[in-house]
Design a protein around this ligand. Structure first.
Ligand SMILES: [Zn+2]
Length: 397
């Protein structure tokens, strides 16, 4: 902690205290603003000066202790960052109604934000409880990751952990975004415009923003179709060679319905702006849509999106499709139905369907199974050369 009460009951902060504060005491005693127990002022070599509870303290505020050196330092940097940007900043402000104490509470105009600087993974349940607390007080929580915003990186392809996914936000301007702050480099790392690849990896735009610099605008990321196709082919090969027919529900479904994983219709595995809302690869759920809703349906037949969603829901309930939840989407604006509806719009643009009502589509073209891998490649390449696919990512979505 960087704040404590002194003998006179006044809140003191270490945020502006230089590192060489040494033993120059600010007060003779320090007390926890939450439980009022004695605190120890720690001045060491590794961490910046901070307060700590005595061992075995039963304070609700001491559960996250000991704070790591990075956490303390990052919190201090962020404090100054928000202050410089014209916010009223309150360090470790205790909110008794919800018994929570965000790293920073910042205020601009009538808006209140709780800044949570998170250096270690937090279970989803805890994350959701903390968010719910803030929302009760009309405070918008902003989570900043204390480590890199990805688990693995290869050029512009990223892999995220479930914890990292859980801290992502979505805006129409920046797309799916995750923000980090690295105190040792005094730099923000922003990973935005993320879109799912067939392998459940993502393509994204990584920007390094030094602490004193303004955040630059996020530009559109042209979608790289060659990468997409490579990932798609690698994903299928990997499945076939290493997948287990007993545990792999997708593979099992492909074979038991008489299909060949290398000869799936070209419409199974198309990119969509909101594909990240479904945990499984787009190849998987688009194949199920083909099986459940499009296969063997004659040209001219009508089908409603509502009916399609019901079929998908069955697959979700059977555990064959897994939904990815984004706890920071407070309005529940983005559900799994979004990528399904995007998929149907795309199939309409590709002239497999026509839209004949608000929720109603008509089959225009039969979905074909390629006879051999050569034909599969030709069909896939032809589809991916279509302008429609390219325009999908240049528009704001
Ligand atoms: Zn305490």
């Amino acid at each position: 902690m960087l704040t404590a009460l002194n003998d006179e009951g006044k809140l003191i902060s270490l945020v502006n205290v230089p590192k060489n504060l040494a033993k120059q005491k600010l007060s003779s005693h320090y007390y926890c603003p939450v439980c009022h127990e004695h605190l120890i002022l720690k001045v060491g070599k590794i961490r910046i000066p901070h307060f700590a509870h005595k061992q075995f303290a039963k304070c609700s505020n001491s559960t996250t202790e000991p704070e790591s050196p990075r956490h303390l330092l990052g919190k201090k940097h962020l404090y100054h960052h928000y202050q410089r940007n014209g916010f009223d900043v309150y360090l470790e402000y205790y909110l008794p109604e919800i018994q929570q104490r965000p790293d920073l509470l910042v205020k601009k105009g009538n808006h209140l934000y709780a800044i949570e600087y998170q250096c270690s993974p937090l279970p989803r349940q805890r994350l959701m409880e903390r968010n719910a607390g803030y929302r009760k007080l009309n405070i918008l929580p902003i989570w900043i990751l204390g480590t890199k915003p990805y688990k693995k990186r290869k050029n512009k392809i990223f892999e995220l952990s479930d914890f990292q996914f859980s801290l992502c936000t979505y805006t129409s301007k920046a797309g799916l975004t995750l923000l980090s702050y690295l105190p040792e480099k005094q730099t923000f790392l922003q990973l935005s415009k993320m879109t799912s690849l067939p392998s459940t990896k993502l393509i994204g735009l990584l920007q390094e923003i030094p602490l004193e610099k303004k955040f630059p605008p996020v530009h559109d990321l042209p979608f790289d179709f060659q990468t997409w196709l490579n990932e798609k082919r690698t994903w299928i090969q990997y499945k076939v060679y290493y997948g287990n027919l007993h545990n792999d529900l997708f593979l099992k479904e492909v074979y038991t319905t008489g299909h060949n994983p290398f000869l799936l219709p070209e419409i199974c595995g198309l990119p969509l702006p909101h594909a990240h809302l479904i945990y499984d690869s787009p190849i998987v759920w688009q194949f199920y849509i083909y099986l459940d809703c499009l296969q063997e349906i004659p040209i001219g037949q009508k089908l409603s999106l509502k009916w399609v969603n019901q079929r998908i829901l069955q697959r979700i309930n059977n555990g064959m499709i897994t939904i990815r939840e984004f706890p920071l989407d407070f309005n529940n604006q983005y559900t799994w139905k979004v990528p399904i509806s995007e998929y149907f719009s795309l199939l309409t643009s590709l002239e497999y369907l026509s839209k004949i009502g608000e929720d109603l589509f008509m089959i225009e073209k039969k979905v074909k199974i390629p006879k051999n891998t050569e034909e599969a490649l030709i069909r896939e390449n032809a589809l991916f050369r279509r302008d429609i696919l390219h325009s999908l990512y240049s528009n704001n979505h």
